[in-house]
Design a protein around this ligand. Structure first.
Ligand SMILES: Nc1ncnc2c1ncn2[C@@H]1O[C@H](COP(=O)(O)OP(=O)(O)OP(=O)(O)O)[C@@H](O)[C@H]1O
Ligand code: SF4
Ligand SMILES: [Mg+2]
Length: 340
């Protein structure tokens, strides 16, 4: 694989969950949890994936790791089409792609010791270790900042932050290439969050990992991401290099999300007025037509309700799906979109 080829490539991927009713479970609709998204993840980078609750972030994570079967589109991993691989063929791939989950409490079996939890992947995948599973597990515990002597302890004997370290240790056991971290710190105390994010960063350098880090808000992924994708109701509305996204966001929704991020410097705070979005996120069962954000967008015009804005590259490394993007280079603004 060449340097510039993506490790993971997602093209027009959809996940529609059927909604059934009645005795015969007739399908009466579908939750369009993910509705045609495309993005690449390059080796060694961290892509942040951000959006409000219910916009399809976790579903995206489960699709790319093939814990879910896509309804449409294509997923390539290391140049190989994995979209509809059978469970049997997926097994070796499970080593390469791992997920870290939000809740370090419910994702660890309370009846198993840390040694059993972190060692399970070795046993399941039948991996041979040089000095036995116990030694390998203890090395990983050390790597994530846990005391290897705590091998025989149970999850309830650890704090939230330590439990998330156990969750991370478990994903590292098989030396994955890609880790999807689904809200890895949102269940933790703010004081612990930075430590876990730093750990993820250190591990990335040490183990040559590629990450997709999922979060509700833009502050969590700010330091760790190389690029950030913003999702709204099953769509990616903007994707850009980190600096560009935070300094000159183009999608009104990104702007609204950014305005909600606390700014420590009071001077900077004045400049960035808080944008309060009206209403709730509409249901993915029946999303608004054309631009899905039009029911809440203060810039919405007639065209936004009739023509879906495609995700287009308006500047190098910066794509946005909006008829009237903000901060756009002059030549690229789509003001003409409303004209005939
Ligand atoms: N198995 C399922 N069956 C039906 N609908 C589902 C299923 N899983 C998720 N959904 C729906 O799909 C939409 C997207 O859910 P998803 O969990 O991907 O969102 P999310 O962005 O991760 O949200 P959160 O920030 O709350 O974790 C939601 O409306 C959710 O209710
Ligand atoms: S396309 Fe229209 S409604 Fe959608 S974000 Fe842009 S301006 Fe707002
Ligand atoms: Mg989620």
């Amino acid at each position: 694989m060449s340097e510039n080829e993506p490790l993971l490539s997602v093209r027009n991927v959809e996940k529609h969950f059927p909604v059934t009713a009645g005795l015969f479970k007739r399908q009466v609709g579908a939750v369009k949890a993910v509705d045609g998204i495309s993005f690449d993840v390059f080796k060694g980078e961290t892509l942040g994936l951000v959006g409000e609750s219910g916009c399809g972030k976790s579903t995206t994570g489960r699709l790319v790791t093939r814990l879910l079967e896509p309804t449409g589109g294509a997923i390539d991993f290391e140049g190989r089409d994995i979209t509809h691989l059978s469970q049997g063929k997926l097994r070796p791939l499970r080593r390469d792609m791992q997920m870290i989950f939000q809740d370090p409490y419910s994702s660890l079996n309370p009846r198993h010791t840390v040694g059993a939890i972190v060692g399970a992947p070795f046993r399941i995948q039948g991996v041979k270790t040089d000095n036995g599973v116990k030694k390998a597990v203890q090395e990983i515990l050390e790597l994530v900042g846990l005391n290897p002597e705590h091998y025989n302890r149970y999850p309830h004997e650890f704090s939230g932050g330590q439990r998330q370290r156990i969750g991370i240790a478990r994903t590292l056991a098989l030396k994955p290439k890609l880790i999807i971290a689904d809200e890895p710190v949102s269940a933790l105390d703010v004081s612990i969050q930075a430590q876990v994010v730093n750990l993820l960063e250190d591990l990335q350098k040490e183990l040559d990992l590629t990450y997709v880090v999922i979060a509700h808000d833009l502050s969590v992924v700010r330091h760790i991401s190389d690029r950030v994708a913003v999702m709204y109701l099953g769509k990616i509305v903007e994707i850009a290099e980190r600096k560009r996204l935070y300094s000159s966001p183009m999608h009104p929704y990104t702007n609204a999300l950014l305005s909600a991020v606390p700014v420590p410097d009071p001077k900077a705070r004045k400049e960035r007025e808080r944008i309060r979005l009206k209403g709730d996120v509409p249901s993915p069962l029946n999303p608004p037509p054309a631009c899905r954000f039009h029911t809440r967008c203060w810039k919405a015009q007639e065209i936004c309700k009739t023509v879906e804005p495609p995700l287009e590259s308006l500047a190098s490394g910066h794509s946005v799906a909006c008829h009237f993007p903000e901060n756009a280079p002059v030549a690229a603004t789509a003001d003409t979109a409303g004209k005939d």
